[in-house]
Design a binder for this molecule. Structure first.
Ligand code: V47
Length: 364
């Protein structure tokens, strides 16, 4: 096997991985630029199996996007709408409760709830939304509000992020999802999402959340106008933050979907780029326990393959995800529990149903 990796010009990287040595940004660049996808994938799989054995995690979850009204209107986003737009919506607390009630007969363990940066919903709405979900489904783990939303809520409350997080936790918040990270590069933020909380701000909120005892995820939106170096700097910033706090659970590379966005003239990502992003993330983020292949964005078929290219998690049942769908995503709206298990087994992995914090609930 070593000769196959040597031939791909990655022998020194294999040596580093065997010594469990951290890869440099230059190593990362070579991995991205290496034309031998299988060699890169093989290296990522080595680390994936070292960290997570043969398990592939999934979760029984539900997504709720409480409102698409947004003041940021990022160029890559087809979900956010200005207030008054014909497609703008916001759910009342009663509607959120109804959404949860509609699926009470399913063994959902996590509710993932995010929305736009709304211009005038009051701080109390967000606390009430959390309390309402817990009232209908007391045992569910609520993973809600990206770091961008958390900063917005702190601004609304006029309180420090720590205090805001403590109040949200008291109302039922369990952890933070990884959205809003995009690409931290100031150049990319200026060109695609100038109004959004900047990269330093996103990292500050994430680290604060970790210090308050909340776990969180991290993402990177790739496949638009970012360079390889900007991707690597993003991964490096996450790796350094994780060194400080250890609070990140999983990293999710998000494949850009151009349809209905201001970047609609760009192409969709290729399968090779999708797998490379999974693999390079697995190799660079040596201190992240998990890498997620989000089937909603890359499709269930490629997510299945990604389980051999560094990913150890397929996300979950999801249902009713709006962000990708608005941008032309064509994956089915939900994967059944049995389908997820079948896809994972077929990929030669052991399906491990988890809760949000990666406690294993069942192995199939
Ligand atoms: O923050 C927006 C991205 C994110 C597009 O934490 C787009 O486990 C692709 O973060 N094409 C929201 N991506 C989704 C997200 C997420 C999803 C699943 C699991 C987790 C987790 C997090 O979607 C946004 C933004 O980065 N996004 N528009 C688009 N056109």
């Amino acid at each position: 096997m070593d000769s196959f990796i040597q031939q791909a010009g990655l022998g020194d990287i294999l040596d580093k991985l065997r010594r469990e040595e951290r890869l440099s940004l230059d190593d990362g660049r070579r991995l991205y630029e290496c034309p031998d996808l299988l060699a890169v994938g093989w290296l990522a799989n080595l680390v994936r199996e070292r960290k997570n054995g043969n398990k592939a995690f999934f979760i029984y979850n539900q997504h709720i996007n409480y409102s698409n009204i947004c003041t940021n209107l990022c160029k890559f986003c087809a979900f956010g709408k200005e207030k008054g737009h014909e497609l703008a919506y916001e759910m009342s607390i009663a509607q959120i409760k109804d959404k949860v009630r509609q699926r009470l007969d399913e063994p959902i363990t996590e509710i993932h709830m995010v929305g736009g940066i709304h211009p005038d919903l009051p701080y109390a709405y967000y606390l009430d939304a959390l309390r309402a979900i817990k009232e209908v489904r007391p045992d569910v783990h609520i993973q809600a509000f990206t770091c961008v939303e958390i900063q917005h809520l702190a601004d609304l409350a006029g309180k420090p992020v720590e205090e805001t997080l403590a109040e949200l936790q008291a109302a039922g918040l369990g952890s933070l999802p990884g959205g809003g990270a995009e690409v931290f590069s100031p150049r990319i933020r200026e060109l695609t999402c100038p109004k959004k909380l900047d990269g330093a701000g996103w990292l500050r909120v994430a680290k604060t959340a970790h210090r308050c005892g909340l776990k969180s995820n991290a993402t990177m939106l790739y496949g638009h106008i970012e360079t390889i170096d900007e991707r690597l700097e993003h991964l490096d910033a996450l790796r350094r933050a994780q060194d400080e706090t250890g609070g990140f659970m999983t990293f999710i590379p998000l494949a850009f979907h151009p349809k209905n966005t201001e970047l609609a003239d760009l192409s969709r990502t290729s399968g090779v780029d999708d797998l490379k992003n999974i693999a390079v993330a697995r190799l660079m983020l040596d201190n992240f326990p998990h890498i997620k292949a989000y089937w909603v964005m890359i499709g269930p078929k490629l997510a299945q393959v990604a389980l051999s290219f560094g990913a150890d998690d397929m996300d979950g049942t999801v249902k009713e995800e709006v962000i990708t769908r608005m941008a032309g995503g064509e994956s089915e709206q939900a994967l059944g529990h049995a389908t997820l298990i079948r896809l994972i087994k077929e990929a030669g992995r052991e399906p491990a149903e988890r809760d949000t914090l990666y406690n294993v609930l069942a192995v199939y």
